[in-house]
Design a protein around this ligand. Structure first.
Ligand code: CUA
Length: 231
């Protein structure tokens, strides 16, 4: 019987660009590579596998993947870290490199999402101990549409103790989503290019303002809303 997934192989524009990204940002090492840059095989820093991922060069004029937007295909690969502290550290690294696109809590795992140099999404996750899987607190998912110059809905009400998951997508250009006074500040990709996933833990009652954080036109400053946490 099959035990688990062993490795993934991706077609990319330039395997050497991916090699640098996976080494510098994620700490992978190279186990085999073709000197001309045709392929690179890499191992994750905490892995005892021969290789966890490989990249094959297809050339700089290759088009973006349309998987999930009109064609079937791979959504993402999920890389596991051993501790929550490491997930936090990874989040910082991805953010510093400008490739973080979202974060979410699926109850069974805590995840962050980022994009590689070709825009292919990957996940880094920490598996919550199985004894805690059932005890995840109440969760609410709200779809939010961003467009010039309004968020819909712009007022979101939740009760204290709720984990709010906002899935923010744009109906036109690129926007941002920042919770004022918080540490969330994500890019909302332009229409059909994906979404930003924001996790908000409603620990205390109050009003929490959010606003657009990417200059998107004349009404940018008016693009805001509020999360109201009710006792
Ligand atoms: Cu939307 Cu700035």
């Amino acid at each position: 019987m099959i035990t688990r997934l062993n490795h993934a192989v991706l077609y990319v524009r330039d395997a050497l660009v991916h090699q640098r990204f996976y080494a510098d940002v994620l700490g992978f090492s190279t186990v085999a590579a073709e000197s001309a840059g045709g392929y690179v095989f890499m191992r994750a820093p905490g892995s005892d596998n021969h290789h966890d991922i490989a990249f094959f060069t297809v050339g700089s004029d290759a088009s973006d993947s349309t998987a999930g937007r009109g064609s079937v295909g791979l959504y993402h690969l999920g890389w596991e870290v051993a501790t929550l502290a490491e997930l936090d550290k990874m989040r910082g690294q991805l953010e510093a490199n400008g490739v973080l696109v979202g974060a979410s809590d699926h109850g069974g795992n805590l995840s962050i999402y980022a994009r590689d140099p070709d825009g292919l999404e990957f996940e880094v996750m920490w598996l919550v101990p199985s004894s805690d899987w059932a005890s995840a607190q109440e969760r609410r998912i709200v779809e939010v549409v961003a467009e010039r110059f309004i968020f819909t809905p712009s007022e979101i009400r939740v009760s204290v103790g709720t984990t709010l998951e906002l899935r923010v997508r744009s109906d036109d250009t690129m926007h941002g989503f920042r919770i004022v006074g918080g540490n969330v500040n994500l890019t909302v990709p332009k229409r059909r290019q994906g979404e930003a996933v924001v996790i908000f833990e409603a620990h205390e009652a109050g009003k929490f303002r959010f606003e657009c954080s990417r200059l998107c036109g004349a009404g940018h400053n008016f693009m805001q809303g509020e999360i109201i946490v009710e006792p």
